[in-house]
Design a protein around this ligand. Structure first.
Ligand SMILES: Cc1cc2nc3c(=O)[nH]c(=O)nc-3n(C[C@H](O)[C@H](O)[C@H](O)COP(=O)(O)OP(=O)(O)OC[C@H]3O[C@@H](n4cnc5c(N)ncnc54)[C@H](O)[C@@H]3O)c2cc1C
Length: 443
């Protein structure tokens, strides 16, 4: 169905998971003038895996993107939590119930496949969506609204006017920074004191090791935990790549605070961080070619008072960056984009654009911010120092098979009910009128 305001000019800053989904969902709803401005020269494919939980795959299917990544995705049917030092299994959870309860299995995939699928589906929607790569947004004027852009290699800057501006520009968001500055508030991405290595091992690298190759050929996620460190590993890309992501105290970035948030890291430094882990983990880490070790500084931002100002709205990491322990950062950005497009499609008058964006904020903020907190809490439980609390946590892992809560929250039943059992589009349908009336009353 064509939405009443189909010809709105909607400008999106950033072509990450949030920006791509917003563009695609808007086109899917029938909007015809969607422009995406991205500073990188392409989608900036990052060599890393990503959890594609049931709440995400449902949206990807609705938007027609799933078909482009179905072959890459691997269904996970088991999670094994292990002591990093001894390799002893602390808990084992089958995930067969996920499909039964939430109508989709739990999957993992290459980030490139997910971003590529969203982009391919956006291309299917041409000419409704136009991409401008190599173009940085420098300023946002909230009054009109409009954005100031500069294309790479060009000295001139241009203003682009829009009916709606969407800031999907990630944790370092310029849109958020400008929004906060209007209220005299400082933008302060917070250091979490944690960093992450992201590693990918290909079949030929694992083929010679009969103990490591089965990790690639399985449908298992393994998580090794040790004092203040953890490593998660799962197969992606149709079981051809073993993806590993670690979390450990940030030493390298802290030692050089002006460094970028991501960097090629030193392999020997990585090996020494996990020096006391079991031989299996150390063999995996040793397989990473020097020069292919990437390290991420993990940062979040304090909770924002508002995600919306005038006709400008934030989505994804720009407004709720989370630690990766629940694997829901991109998932929440994707939910944001889908809900934002739904809300705009319901509006009948351009005068209601700010109201509509505030309805979007009302529908999304509580859930996304709850997940930011839960991710941090899961990290605290996983990254304990050895001691009494760690012993109690490991005992709790042992009680999981008797129905006890799982300290690794992304597979705890209560959390999965909240995370995966939620259909953001159905929720938006149900609550839209009520939220619209509440916003009207409040403004
Ligand atoms: C180690 C690690 C593991 C993770 N694992 C998972 C997982 O398993 N599952 C999951 O769901 N999430 C995971 N996440 C989180 C997830 O990566 C992010 O939440 C998600 O990518 C956020 O998407 P986004 O579109 O909001 O922001 P981003 O992906 O950061 O995209 C922002 C885009 O905006 C562009 N941009 C920025 N500024 C400008 C500007 N001024 N002008 C133009 N363009 C601009 C950037 O180049 C970028 O392309 C993980 C994160 C980390 C660090």
């Amino acid at each position: 169905m064509v939405p009443p305001l189909a010809s709105l000019r909607i400008v999106i800053v950033g072509a990450g998971m949030g920006g791509l989904t917003t563009a695609l969902a808007l086109a899917h709803r029938g909007f015809t003038q969607i422009e995406v401005y991205e500073s990188a020269r392409d989608l900036g494919f990052v060599g890393a895996g990503i959890q594609v939980a049931p709440n995400v795959s449902h949206i990807l299917q609705v938007l027609g993107a799933w078909k482009y990544m179905a072959d890459d995705a691997v269904e996970i049917d088991e999670v094994s939590i292990r002591d990093g030092v001894t390799d002893e299994e602390l808990a084992n959870s089958g995930l067969g119930h996920i499909q039964k309860l939430y109508r989709q299995p739990h999957r993992v995939a290459h980030r490139r496949a997910l971003a590529g699928a969203l982009y391919a589906a956006c291309k299917d929607a041409a000419p409704r969506i136009t991409f401008h790569f190599n173009t940085t947004v420098l300023h946002v004027d909230f009054e009109l609204p409009r954005i100031q852009i500069q294309a790479k290699g060009e000295s001139e800057r241009h203003w682009i006017s829009a009916d709606v501006v969407v800031g999907a520009d990630g944790v370092k968001s310029i849109v958020r920074k400008t929004m906060l500055a209007r209220h005299g508030e400082e933008d302060c991405a917070e250091d979490t004191g944690q960093a992450a290595y992201r590693i990918m091992l290909h079949r030929d690298q694992l083929a010679q090791d009969p103990e490591l190759l089965p990790l690639l050929e399985s449908k298992r996620t393994l998580r090794w935990i040790g004092a203040r460190r953890q490593i998660i590993a799962y197969p992606i890309s149709g079981n051809t790549i073993l993806n590993m992501a670690t979390t450990q105290p940030d030493v390298n970035f802290a030692a050089a605070p002006t460094m970028a948030w991501t960097t090629r890291a030193d392999k020997s430094a990585m090996l020494s961080v996990y020096d006391d882990f079991c031989p299996r983990v150390k063999r995996l880490l040793r397989l990473v070619p020097a020069g292919e070790v990437c390290e991420w500084k993990l940062r979040v931002h304090r909770q924002l008072r508002a995600w919306v100002e005038s006709r400008v709205a934030l989505v994804g990491d720009a407004c709720h960056p989370a630690l990766p322990h629940l694997g829901q950062g991109a998932a929440q950005a994707i939910e944001d984009g889908a809900v934002l497009a739904f809300v705009l499609s319901k509006l009948t008058r351009a005068e209601d654009l700010n109201t509509g964006l505030l309805v979007y904020e009302r529908l999304r903020k509580h859930r996304a911010e709850f997940l930011v907190e839960e991710s941090a809490a899961s990290g605290r439980a996983l990254l304990l120092m050895n001691g009494d609390a760690q012993v109690k946590r490991d005992e709790a892992f042992q009680r999981v098979k008797e129905g006890g809560p799982n300290p690794d929250k992304w597979i705890d039943r209560k959390v999965t009910d909240y995370l995966y059992g939620f259909d953001c589009l159905a929720d938006a349908e149900t609550r839209y009128e009520e939220c619209f009336a509440q916003v009207k009353l409040a403004t």
